[in-house]
Design a protein around this ligand. Structure first.
Ligand code: MLT
Length: 333
């Protein structure tokens, strides 16, 4: 897929490493798992603030913190479609004070990044799944096509000039973009950002043409009419976006993808610590405020039996296999 950089996530090892090491220096590590947690916990979001991953994370941090009795401090570590952050958390101290929030990108990274510096199934312990978010195909509000079918025809005719935003190779928006281009039978210019928070700013500003992004980031713009919306990428319509057809209903049956999110800790983290994090996650996912806010944003917490390390590991493994087939031949440069 042709990609060119603009606001592409620079590898901010320097800046990003500082917060992780800073926390360790604040005595976030090394205590007795039975006493965990005794200090604030850093929860790493692998995309820029204001995007869908950041939004989902901030929805659950407060109720999790209430159960754990410490603060969960959100830290955005951008770059390379989420792989910079994942690589750093894999290397972090396995003391429960560094937790990663990531999504379907954890399962596409092994295929897209041949030289990945971590192995999702070996270098992490899964804590539990959080939510599975629908995606929406949207465009700048003055974009000519008014239906998904017209969009496909327009993109085919103007493949050399239209611009498709994403959050970098390996992001969910990149994955949806790949599926959309495959379904449309075209290749367009991709414009990578540090997250779909900044990508949305450019879309609303008219600097980029279209984007496939999660309802947790697009619902407000769609309801306010600051973007043009064509379809959702789920098999069934999304209750909070009743006017949007599914991609299948709108003529692109092969465009079906949802973005599952989960929490991870470094592989050597004691099970007793993982259990406390899983329990706090399960409590957060039953919090009425979390349920209501997720519903407003077109999604819902996973069922309690999915907010477990085993269910999360099973899905991760199956998705790594699935996407290795679909994405074979596409690799980050
Ligand atoms: C993505 O994968 O597209 C990310 O969810 C974007 C983001 O969270 O900013």
């Amino acid at each position: 897929m042709a990609t060119s950089g603009r606001r592409a996530g620079l590898l901010r090892f320097g800046a990003a490493l500082a917060p992780l090491s800073l926390l360790a220096a604040c005595g976030g590590g090394g205590g007795d798992p039975a006493d965990y947690p005794e200090d604030n916990i850093e929860i790493i979001v692998p995309f820029a603030a204001g995007g869908p991953t950041d939004t989902v994370t901030r929805l659950i941090t407060e109720p999790m913190a209430e159960e754990l009795g410490v603060e969960l401090v959100v830290q955005n570590v951008e770059g390379a479609g989420g792989t910079v952050a994942a690589g750093q958390v894999a290397e972090a101290e396995a003391d429960g004070y560094t937790v990663l929030m990531h999504h379907i990108g954890m399962s596409t990274a092994p295929t897209l990044y041949p030289d990945l510096d971590f192995a999702p199934e070996e270098d992490f312990k899964t804590v539990g799944l959080v939510t599975e978010v629908p995606m929406t195909v949207i465009a700048r509000k003055d974009f000519e096509p008014t239906t998904l079918e017209e969009l496909a025809a327009y993109v085919e005719e103007n493949a050399d000039t239209v611009t498709l935003a994403n959050a970098g190779i390996g992001s969910a928006s990149h994955l949806c973009g790949v599926l959309m281009q495959q379904a449309m039978g075209v290749e367009v210019q991709e414009v990578p950002y540090d997250g779909t928070g900044p990508a949305m700013e450019d879309l609303v500003g008219g600097q980029v043409d279209f984007l496939c992004d999660q309802t947790t980031n697009t619902s407000q713009q769609i309801s306010e009419g600051t973007v043009k919306a064509y379809a959702v990428t789920t098999p069934e319509p999304v209750e909070s976006l009743p006017d949007l057809p599914t991609a299948a209903e709108a003529g692109l049956p092969d465009l079906e993808v949802t973005v599952w999110h989960g929490l991870y800790v470094p592989a050597e983290t004691p099970d007793e610590i993982v259990e406390k994090l899983t329990s706090a996650l399960q409590t957060a996912l039953q919090d009425q405020g979390v349920i209501d806010q997720m519903a407003d944003l077109g999604t819902a917490p996973v069922a309690q039996d999915q907010a477990t390390p085993d269910a999360h590991s099973e899905l991760l493994s199956a998705e790594i296999d699935k996407w290795s087939e679909v994405l074979s031949g596409i690799q980050a440069e």
